[in-house]
Design a binder for this molecule. Structure first.
Ligand code: NAD
Length: 323
């Protein structure tokens, strides 16, 4: 089985030019990731206005990052990024494309056909898709072996995880090169060995959200206290280690010792869950009522900015620590 660090088949990535297709929220963020790491980035969007606005939006994000000490110079990063409204010239000489078009299979199928005509046969075509298996929009191509998913977490210039998900047709070389490129861009790639809806991160997030909604719906806890449980409990450890390492360290003799002590409890709880959909209207209305009392709609956008500043401070702190 291929490992995340296997790179024997990988192409050299240091001089690769990166193409970004789609200059929306995620495309702009990827441009920052690659340009910040010194790669030349060529950004294309089918919508001229989106392309025109992208430069200013990227500059604003870079200024915020500079203020948090996370990039050295805004102009230095900006000069690695060019914007091109013509797909063929934008993709000229590009070795890796990060596709950031809309999240639907038909749209992505059309983009991939256009892309295949604009790039060389070896150019890797990686999709940012949040949950669609890449085989669904690459099986009609002449060279599907260079297609895969590289799923970021928003915004990828602050949250480094990238889920690399090959299709059954993806070559080992394309996967290895993508993993190597992500490391060179200072991201933290993981390899998902087989295609699965939602990949790994959103399946884990979904498991927690489903249970959180059930506990809230059934009156065991308020929304505020549920959030506190993660904020002051689980989340503190999770910001620097994962759940498997957590349980390995939570019993004197490690993971099996932990499982012997607490496994029966978790298994019993799992069986109690049932399969009733907790995303029902009444539950969501009750949740919204409590959330809007805690945070009125008029304060949402200020709170978004607060979240991004907190995230930047956390990343700056993590960078200053040696592991
Ligand atoms: P967005 O709507 O902000 O941007 C999409 C961009 O694609 C738009 O600028 C649009 O003009 C452009 N576009 C549409 N058709 C195109 C075409 N044929 N060729 C080139 N460009 C085209 O969307 P987004 O939030 O940036 O999402 C992009 C992708 O990233 C989606 O697949 C999404 O699932 C994924 N993603 C999003 C998030 C998130 O939090 N927003 C997180 C991870 C992954």
């Amino acid at each position: 089985m291929q490992s995340t660090t296997a790179s024997s088949q990988a192409e050299p990535v240091s001089s690769m030019t990166i193409g970004v297709v789609g200059a929306g929220l995620i495309g702009r963020a990827w441009a920052i990731v690659f340009a910040r790491a010194g790669f030349s980035v060529s950004v294309y969007d089918i919508n001229a206005d989106a392309l025109k606005n992208a430069g200013e939006a990227i500059r604003q994000s870079l200024m915020d990052l500079q203020q948090a000490g996370l990039v050295a110079g805004v102009d230095h990063v900006m000069k690695h990024i060019r914007f091109d409204a013509d797909l063929t010239s934008a993709m000229q000489g590009v070795g890796y494309v990060q596709e950031c078009g809309p999240e639907n299979v038909e749209g992505k199928r059309a983009i991939y056909l256009e892309l295949e005509a604009a790039v060389s046969d070896e150019t890797i075509l990686a999709s940012s898709t949040s949950g669609i298996a890449a085989s669904l929009f690459s099986d009609h191509l002449q060279h599907p072996q260079r297609c895969l998913v590289a799923h970021p977490v928003n915004p990828p210039y602050l949250i480094p995880l990238v889920e690399v998900v090959p299709t059954p047709a993806t070559s080992e070389a394309a996967t290895a090169t993508t993993l190597k490129l992500m490391e060179a861009a200072h991201q933290a790639p993981i390899l998902v060995h087989k295609e699965i809806e939602g990949f790994v991160l959103n399946r884990l997030q979904g498991a927690l959200l489903n249970e959180a909604l059930r506990l809230f719906r059934d009156g065991y806890v308020s929304a505020e206290d549920l959030d506190k449980t993660v904020k002051y409990g689980l989340g503190l450890r999770w910001s620097f280690m994962g759940p498997f390492e957590t349980i390995d360290l939570n019993a004197p003799a490690g993971v099996v010792d932990y499982a012997n002590r607490y496994g029966p409890l978790y298994h019993k709880v799992d069986q109690q869950r049932g399969d009733e959909n907790p995303w029902d209207e009444a539950t969501l209305n009750a949740l919204d009522k409590e959330r809007r009392t805690l945070l009125p709609s008029t304060d949402l956008s200020a709170r978004h900015e607060w979240r991004d500043r907190r995230l930047m401070a956390l990343m700056a702190h993590q960078r200053s620590m040696t592991e």
